[in-house]
Design a protein around this ligand. Sequence first.
Ligand code: ADP
Length: 345
Amino acid sequence: MSGKAFGYPNTLNSLNLTLETLPGLMGKAMQSNEPIMSSNLHADQGDEEVRPLREATQSQIILPILIDGKAAGIVSIEKDTPDGFTEFELQSVTTLINHCAPVLANARLYHRVQTANYAKSEFVSIVSHELKNPLTSIKGYGDLLLSGLSGKLTDQQIEFVKTIHINVRRMNRLIKDLTDASRIDTGELSIEPSPMPFNTVISDTITTIQAVADKKNINIHLDMLSHSPIVYGDQERLVQVMTNLMSNACKYSPEDSNIYVAVTNGNNRVKLSVRDEGYGISSEDQAKMFTRFFRSEDPNIRKATGTGLGLSISREIIEKHGGELDFTSDLEEGTEFWFTVPLAD
Ligand code: ADP
């Protein structure tokens, strides 16, 4: 009854009673941690010690709800007639309340975990936001140095500034992934779908990923539909997903290999698959895929940097579109990731 007394007149709430300040038999039950039954409270009307909260109450069963031996709540069952309850009824409700106690304990624990989770998400989102400004400034001054505005740089200085830029980009990606992950936790990751040509997702992704593939001399083979299907999707988010799959295919493949991108159409859905000839995923690791922060221990995989967040975010984005994202893989043979999105009406 901390603050709210169910089944009592509202005027009682204004008394601001807490478990510690309960009067009468309720207070006694709280102190003793034992159930109390009274058959005729009116017989003892004058006795402050037993006076019920409701004037009309004549019989009362009071049961403390014990969690770890301490009363965490109290139940009072009342009748306006004397001798309202039998011993058997007292036993029955005592058993019932004893069963309720663990449920209440779990509910409290769940509430505490949820609060902690929310605080963690808040923390991540504040830190991410605060990190963005200094990063923008670092990148801005790097750009200024490269532009030669503050004097001509030596080749070595140019390389150093470029390394700063690469790491700023990595930090930005990490911040974006952390922000998305915390948005998923708080249910704030939203998509803004509209009818859009699916081919733009592919062309936008390839534009950014081609340079990454070129660095490892990886050939990208495109097998597109002759016409661009119109899907109901969030362009930016779909590019994010495809970029994640393509970037993984490049990162986790050896040099001079191939990546095959195919688009198919059926069942009111468009399916995009990305198949690589890379290191593949062991069956043990396959069971852990889509778990946040999971990265294979395989040294080939660990050569490339990553956060282990991309796939879990990508799957969430695709599921928000009403599609599916999954994969098949053979160790040392290669991996195929695919996702589906609904066609626009
Ligand atoms: P990241 O790539 O940043 O580690 P992801 O969530 O995108 O995070 O991927 C999680 C893990 O899944 C990778 O670290 C890797 O172990 C495995 N993985 C993903 N894509 C592939 C792929 N195409 N081939 C082999 N392993 C992959």
